[in-house]
Design a protein around this ligand. Sequence first.
Ligand SMILES: [Zn+2]
Length: 66
Amino acid sequence: MSTAPPCPAPATTAPLTAADRCDRCSAAAWVRVHLAAGDLLFCGHHHRAHREGLARAGAVVTASVR
Ligand SMILES: [Zn+2]
């Protein structure tokens, strides 16, 4: 895959809350990633599942919860 274009500045770096849900399964979000197309939220499981693809797409983690 070719190099992804640089991302614009993240839309938000606010901490994740209990109201933030994974975009894939509606579990509590643990990670917010910023892409050129917008922000996505992932639970721990789905962030691990998609981490490599997100990195190739130029995603930047803007918030995470442990
Ligand atoms: Zn999930």
